[in-house]
Write a protein that binds this ligand. Structure first.
Ligand code: FAD
Length: 420
């Protein structure tokens, strides 16, 4: 009996339909306003919290769906609604996943609920890794974490940039260097609890797209956090550092790191496996944007009449739509495959997670551009949503590892060579 199936099952389809309703009825009508305001849509997040869509429970349930497609289905639907508001709603999960992946059970139990707050007092969280001089090259982080043994406190100093929810978050998760000689192997993640002195928001960025999502610098000026805020605990860190030092002493090639841009041999280290498992979720967001733009274009092409017939009657337009739909479906299949691989612990021998994010991200940019073309002059105006979708899609070849970095990771995986 074959067990192969692409049927998500009744539970996942029910979740999809439920989220679709929220996306259509709540997110879409609010999309243009929050894009113009360039502010965090707190009332929409609160509405999502009241319905249980913005909650730790909901994401944990999808995250642990054994088929793996719980998260991609949720992401696609929310980002079909609107990408800026979608990111405002799911941005917290970046930090939550960092705690889930690296924290002890006690740390997960303490911090994950505080990241979401309650429906009456909604909170968001931020994951702060990128720095002005460490984007693709995460091994170059300069933010330092120094242990003050007498007080059992860590002191964090440095400047983070591009942090989604940076400065407005209740809980910040900060990646910092404990031993810079070890590159990314010398880094650790720390929780900065609410209202900790020394953490402040720097510049808030005015962006091209996903403008309802807050993106800002985070300045850490001698921020003191208790020892228990080191994710995974000190003992585990000390063991990891000792192993990394041994390896560095043993091989002149050591310390090349696990970051988006520096993986040698995907699947060989835990951080790479984490990236491979999280990238399909970002790919699914891109699928949602692409599908939304495609649907607008398909509808428009069927009703817009030129030369006495709907423009879809021209092969030039119909074939464009055929290619759009084909690439969207191919993207979703890559996303679902990688998500299923992560959920069933398959080794990512060809960086399949990176593949899904690369292809879906590029597809969203391409499909939204085609959609604008099909809408002609209307596509170029803010009267129609496709120009916003096109602006929103542009981030999908940049964050969570640029398209070039995804290609680098895939190329290294398939060749086994240290491609530069
Ligand atoms: C809206 C937004 C939200 C973000 N949210 C977060 C967040 O929440 N937390 C966080 O930590 N970060 C976040 N980021 C940061 C994001 O992950 C980085 O912008 C991204 O990793 C790229 O880094 P960079 O901008 O420094 O570009 P760079 O690394 O400077 O890259 C510039 C260009 O050079 C190319 N390039 C670099 N190295 C190579 C190479 N070896 N081979 C080929 N090409 C290469 C890149 O692909 C890119 O085209 C966010 C960014 C944005 C814009």
């Amino acid at each position: 009996m074959s067990t192969f199936s692409l049927d998500p099952g009744a539970d996942q389809l029910a979740v999809r339909d439920w989220l679709h309703g929220f996306a259509a009825d709540v997110m879409r009508p609010a999309a243009a306003e929050w894009d113009e305001r360039e502010e965090t849509p707190w009332p929409v997040i609160q509405e999502a919290a009241k319905l249980g869509i913005y909650s730790l429970d909901f994401y944990a349930q999808q995250y642990f769906d054994p088929s793996g497609v719980g998260i991609p289905i949720a992401m696609e639907e929310l980002f079909w609604g609107d990408a800026g508001i979608g990111l405002a709603i799911v941005g917290t999960t970046l930090a939550a996943v960092a705690v889930l992946a690296n924290g002890t059970d006690e740390q997960i139990g303490t911090w994950a609920p505080q990241m979401f707050g309650t429906p009456d007092d909604v909170k968001v969280a931020a994951f702060c890794s990128s720095e002005p001089d460490a984007g693709s090259d995460v091994s170059a982080l300069r933010t330092r974490a120094v242990y003050d043994e007498a007080k059992d406190e860590w002191v964090l100093t440095g400047t983070k940039t591009w942090a989604t929810n940076g400065g407005i978050a209740a809980v910040h998760v900060v990646v910092a260097t404990v031993d810079s000689a070890l590159g990314s192997r010398g880094q650790a993640s720390f929780v900065v609890p609410p209202d900790t002195p020394g953490l402040s928001q720097g510049q808030k960025f005015k962006k091209h797209g996903i403008r309802a999502s807050h993106t800002a610098e985070v300045v850490l000026d001698g921020v003191r956090v208790p020892g228990h805020c080191l994710l995974g605990g000190k003992e585990k860190l000390d063991e990891r550092l000792a192993r990394a030092r041994e390896r560095a002493a043993g091989t002149a090639r050591g310390g090349s790191g696990a970051g988006a841009g520096s993986a040698s041999g995907a699947g060989k280290n835990a951080a790479m496996a984490t990236f491979e498992a999280s990238r399909p979720a970002v790919g699914a967001q891109a699928v949602g944007i692409a599908r939304a733009a495609y649907e607008v274009a398909l509808d428009y092409a069927g009703t817009r009449v030129q030369f006495g017939r709907p423009i879809i009657d021209n092969q030039g337009v119909a074939f464009q739509l055929a290619d759009m739909k084909t690439r969207i479906d191919a993207s979703r299949l890559l996303v679902w495959r990688a998500s299923w691989m992560a959920a069933t612990n398959q080794p990512f021998t060809s960086a399949e997670g990176s593949m899904s994010k690369l292809y879906a991200g590029e597809t969203a940019k391409w499909v939204t551009a085609q959609a604008m073309q099909i809408l002609g002059g209307n596509g170029f105006t803010r009267e129609y949503p496709v120009e916003r979708m096109h602006r929103d899609s542009a981030i999908y070849s940049i964050f969570e590892g640029t398209s070039e970095i995804q290609r680098l990771v895939i190329a290294r995986s398939i060749s086994g060579l240290p491609i530069r």
